[in-house]
Design a protein around this ligand. Structure first.
Ligand SMILES: Cc1cc2nc3c(=O)[nH]c(=O)nc-3n(C[C@H](O)[C@H](O)[C@H](O)COP(=O)(O)O)c2cc1C
Length: 366
């Protein structure tokens, strides 16, 4: 039935925060340890995944589940994982407000050496005032200002990666005869999840690719197509879009739905309320798309993203393939409740089903 074929990169969003992405006391209580994440990354590589991404988060939400009270730092985690793996892409995240670009220029160059060209950089221009404010590093910028800063940040890091000495006097950064060696031998892909109009334009103009979210199937398709349109308007034919999906598999659809119901029964409303409070404190709340997603999740008392794809491997593959084709995605990043058994299901049965639905990925050959 499927006529077109699409090749996608397959990635895993590493659970570097305890509990992963389910805010519940009844979901798998994943430890935010390096050892666990190493196990996940090595498994992902064995399964043929293309990249492993870790987030940057500085403070947790408490509650009975102590959701994200423990989070590994992203760049050091990816440096370790670069050594522990040999083929998979290792993508780390930095908040542009809190790391100086000259510091990240060197970090990236080192991880490029360790990984032999497998490093990628995920930029976060905002987040919420409490996460970075707790250490006095949140800058009181409006939403547009955050992306002006990110743009200047990217200009500086790219100059440091390519020029011998850099002089720069901008709105946010000042560099005088700045030297930064070694340089990365392979220019790292730079991805951003900016989803507001300003955020997306920044991403399409200056980054290699974009992480996209959708609140349901149609929203995903609309967002994916719009992303491609904006990128094309800007002449970016090489621009990639990666969808982020929370996936809950089960042997049958019923079993998968029962898992969700079980996790929702243990939803940690204290942690959700703290998450809501943090994001709601952003004076630019209207433009902060992630904040609005988290607030909606809190209001609905959902333990996980309401857009989660739930079902048997066949159902998941069918739904995912439909979105991938419709949204014209170039990659998908997955979140699962259990990053060992569930990840294996994604890398085998779901990948097989995707193949049947005309979606090819490297994991299929594995
Ligand atoms: C795949 C993915 C990864 C993200 N990683 C992080 C992260 O590590 N840390 C963080 O604070 N926000 C993270 N975010 C949130 C976004 O970077 C960003 O804040 C959000 O999309 C809002 O963009 P906007 O300001 O343009 O509305 C991530 C979002 C997605 C979809």
């Amino acid at each position: 039935m499927q006529v077109s074929e699409r090749h996608v990169e397959l990635g895993v969003f590493l659970p570097v925060g305890n509990g992963g992405w389910i805010t519940s006391t009844t979901s798998p209580q994943l430890p935010a340890t390096y050892d666990y994440n190493k196990q996940v990354a090595v498994l992902a590589e064995e399964l043929g995944f293309d990249f492993a991404l870790s987030m940057a988060k500085w403070r947790g939400y408490g509650g009975p589940s102590r959701h994200w009270d423990f989070t590994l730092e992203s760049m050091t985690t990816m440096a370790g994982l670069a050594e522990a793996t040999s083929r998979i892409g290792v993508w780390g995240t930095v908040h542009t407000m809190i790391f100086h670009p000259a510091v990240v220029a060197k970090m990236a160059a080192v991880i490029d050496q360790i990984s032999k060209g497998r490093f990628g950089l995920n930029l976060v221009a905002g987040s919420n005032p409490v996460d970075q404010g707790q250490m006095g590093l949140w800058r009181d910028l409006d939403h547009g200002g955050r992306y002006r800063l990110a743009e200047e940040w990217l200009t500086v890091i790219r100059r440091l990666w390519s020029e011998e000495r850099v002089d720069h006097a901008g709105e946010f950064f000042r560099l005088e005869d700045c030297m930064s060696n070694p340089k990365p031998e392979h220019a790292p892909p730079v991805i951003c999840a900016g989803a507001s109009d300003t955020g997306f334009r920044f991403t399409a103009q200056h980054c290699t690719g974009s992480f996209l979210l959708g609140s349901n199937r149609d929203d995903f398709v609309k967002t994916g197509r719009r992303a491609k349109e904006v990128a094309a308007e800007l002449g970016r034919t090489d621009f990639k879009t990666y969808g982020l999906f929370t996936i809950v598999p089960g042997a049958t659809d019923k079993e998968a739905q029962e898992r969700v119901a079980y996790y929702n029964a243990g939803v940690d409303t204290v942690a959700l309320d703290n998450q809501t409070r943090e994001y709601a404190s952003d004076p630019s709340l209207k433009q902060n798309t992630m904040a609005n997603r988290f607030i909606a999740q809190g209001e609905q008392r959902n333990s996980m993203s309401p857009a989660a794809i739930v079902g048997s491997p066949e159902t998941i593959a069918r739904k995912l393939a439909d979105i991938i084709h419709g949204a014209e995605l170039d990659g998908i990043t997955v979140i699962v409740p259990d990053f060992i058994d569930d990840l294996r299901t994604i890398g085998t049965a779901v990948v097989d089903g995707l193949h049947d639905g005309g979606v090819m990925c490297n994991a299929y050959a594995h």
